[in-house]
Design a protein around this ligand. Structure first.
Ligand SMILES: [Zn+2]
Length: 200
């Protein structure tokens, strides 16, 4: 498995391109041309676009990618699926434009998994705290957590739907269910280990 991180121009959000054998998975797609080129250069099938949460800086590439790869499945929680076509809920309106995203193909209501091949599945765990529509995405020993946790930073809970008690629940969930050396890829900034995660 090969993971490449791309930093968006817009708000410096992280987009991830994951290569597993002959398949590609994108987490939180950027619409930057450089990111799209990165995907095209692989010359492989883009199977899934998975969204960590509903905020505009993490979803902007979905329309462009869905147009280019008609068969790709967009995966998100139920709340995120309602926020994507709603500029107020996805916060784009607060950044001065109205983003209306395409429909989600697979809605995640509770812990779920997507089988990639005989030996690998993607585990999905809805979470709340930073936003209403959050989701942890675990692939092998790697965990993608969006903005629920960012290295050496207090989780932002002041945006609509933010809830600091839910952040504590998410923290306890990760510490109880995954080993300390799990590598965490956040929605902004550098990756870190679960043992380095603390609550502020
Ligand atoms: Zn966010």
């Amino acid at each position: 498995m090969l993971i490449t991180c791309f930093q968006n121009i817009f708000l410096k959000a992280n987009s991830y391109l994951i290569e597993i054998d002959d398949q590609l998975i994108v987490i939180d797609p950027s619409e930057d041309t450089l990111f799209i080129q990165m995907i095209l250069q692989k010359k492989k099938l883009l199977r899934y676009i998975i969204l960590t949460h509903e905020h505009i800086d993490h979803i902007m590439g979905i329309n462009r990618l869905k147009k280019m790869f008609e068969k790709v499945s967009i995966v998100a929680t139920d709340y995120t699926s309602t926020a994507i076509p709603n500029p107020k809920k996805n916060l784009s309106v607060f950044h001065g434009f109205e983003f209306v995203g395409v429909n989600v193909d697979k809605i995640i209501l509770t812990s779920d998994l997507i089988k990639i091949n005989d030996y690998l599945s993607i585990n999905l765990f809805p979470c709340k705290g930073h936003s209403r529509g959050g989701m942890f995405i675990k692939i092998g020993d790697y965990l993608f957590c969006g903005d629920e946790f960012i290295f050496e930073m207090k989780t932002v809970t002041k945006l609509p739907g933010g809830n600091s008690n839910e952040v504590i629940k998410s923290f306890d969930f990760l510490k109880a269910n995954f080993h300390n050396e799990t590598i965490i890829y956040p929605g902004h900034g550098e990756k870190f280990l679960l043992r380095e995660l603390k609550i502020w």
